[in-house]
Design a protein around this ligand. Structure first.
Ligand code: ZN
Length: 248
């Protein structure tokens, strides 16, 4: 029987849904459960038929349980991509945060739950030496499929408490810079910046459906006041500032 890897986890409830890692984890992926109840979400993650799991599960009251040992490959991220890595399950530790998500009205995350998530993330990041810019949303690594943990997730507060990467978003003014399917060097430049930051986007020079989904994922994490998939001046300026902040 395995005990929790983090002293912050109250108990270890073993999920059968895991395999062997290929390499040590170097990223942290955050999720919302996206189900009506915590009990239902937890039961799913413990059910062999579901073939999904995560390393940790954070209840709304801040209680943390561990489901998969950190040394093992939990099945939380699915098909995805970040900075050249396509096996995010092997490369990351996954935390499921109880919240019904977009389909459940996207309610705010309670303070106690966020405080517990921050404490757990800090513990994992320091033990595993994971850099701030590798604390990711599920939507960052799977922008065409996933929206979690959503724009209601307080990424700014996490950053202020030492978790993740953030710059103050540039103020919103003006509308979309590109029409749907518009083609040209400025679109290419935007795609190149998104790819440089880590997103899985092809540099086609066309503002296509895929690029729009990646821009929406970027906004969900870094410019949550407006998530519409439109590349406006604020989105581009915020992305540039993030890339600059990585260089420093
Ligand atoms: Zn997820």
């Amino acid at each position: 029987m395995h005990g929790p890897d983090s002293s912050l986890a109250a108990e270890f409830l073993a999920s059968p849904n895991f395999g062997e890692r290929r390499g040590a984890p170097n990223a942290l992926v955050l999720h919302y459960t996206g189900m009506p109840t915590a009990e239902g979400a937890l039961a799913t993650l413990l059910d062999p038929a579901s073939e999904v799991s995560a390393h940790y599960f954070v209840f709304e009251d801040g209680r943390i349980v561990q489901l998969v040992a950190e040394r093992d490959r939990a099945w939380h991220a699915g098909k995805g991509f970040w900075k050249g890595e396509s096996d995010l399950n092997s490369a990351s530790i996954g935390i499921e945060i109880v919240n019904p998500g977009h389909d459940g009205g996207a309610p705010p995350y309670p303070d106690r739950q966020i405080a517990a998530t921050i404490a757990l993330a800090r513990d994992i990041l320091s033990r595993r030496k994971i850099p701030p810019e590798r604390v990711l949303a599920h939507s960052d690594v799977a922008p065409l499929r996933k929206r979690d943990p959503g724009e209601a997730f307080p990424w700014r507060r996490l950053f202020e408490d030492g978790v993740g990467h953030w710059v103050e978003p540039a103020p919103i003014s003006g509308g979309a810079l590109f029409r749907h399917e518009e083609e040209g060097p400025p679109v290419r430049a935007l795609q190149a910046m998104l790819a440089l930051y880590g997103y899985g986007v092809e540099i086609t020079g066309v503002y296509d459906r895929h690029t729009r989904a990646v821009v929406a994922a970027f906004q969900r994490h870094f410019r949550p006041a407006r998530v519409d998939g439109e590349a406006d001046a604020s989105t581009v300026a915020t992305l540039k500032a993030l890339i600059e902040a990585c260089r420093r």
